[in-house]
Write a protein of this length. Sequence first.
Length: 311
Amino acid sequence: MTTQLPVFRLLLAIGAGLVLTGLPAPSRAQNIVVMVNGDPITDFDIEQRSKLDQLTTQKTPSRQDVINSLIDDKVKLKEGKKYGVDPGISDINQSYEAMAQRMRISPEQLTKSLEVKGVRPETLKGRMKSEMVWTSLVRGRFKEKLMVGERDVAQAVQAQTGDKLQIEGTEYKMQPIVLIVPRGSSQAFLETRQKEAEGYRSRVGSCEEANSLFRSTPNATIRDTVTKTTADLPEALRKVLDDTQIGHMTAPEVTKAGIEMVVLCSRKPTTIDTPKKREVREKMYSEKYEKTQKAYLDDLRKAAMIEYRNR
């Protein structure tokens, strides 16, 4: 059984193949080859997936590998429906359009590039849906199992490099606030809004007070809490936040959105990842994910009703 390639590989492969040559229209043979839980896989499905895989890998896949891949899709989609994970047409089309956008072409151009290679766009969309469902299922059902412990990461980094494992830093929790200034407003109006901002600053002593005030203030908005560490912020902003009392607001600044301030909800010591630590964590997560999803898929295939008709 072959492991399916991620959709982003399709993006790269299709993007590289945009200089197209005409090919004959694909055969639409509907001869059933396999039934998977009562759902058919036809010769045409196999032909289409073969062309898509060939476009992706620049290699001709074996017929059985393609059949296995299609069987995997069927059992994944059935499992998704069991848990209510079933992306609709609009979700799939949105992902398809996003792929085209990343390639800097229109969805229509992406469709044409596939069709000239003999691949129906529905074939790619079906593959995308299967991967969307599967990723959501695995991450949702095995969230705790996939967690990577910080101690394990630190030990792996130390074993590999002996590098310093942690760098001390600060974690800031804050909420941005905007007093709206319409485009084209006069200087006098801007100055009035700045005075209002200073007045609000003197009244706020906690994030709770800021939320109560700005959620009911016309032409003002308070956004959701944002968490940043020392590594995320420029030095000048770090100094401003370090000099701001907890629960108070930073000095107002004029931006494109209007008059902006930040209410500082908390500030506490934390540790910051080194690049090596992030790399090790991502690798450990990927290994856990691959092992977990493979075992999950193996169990689903064993429980599936798979009936070969014409091989």
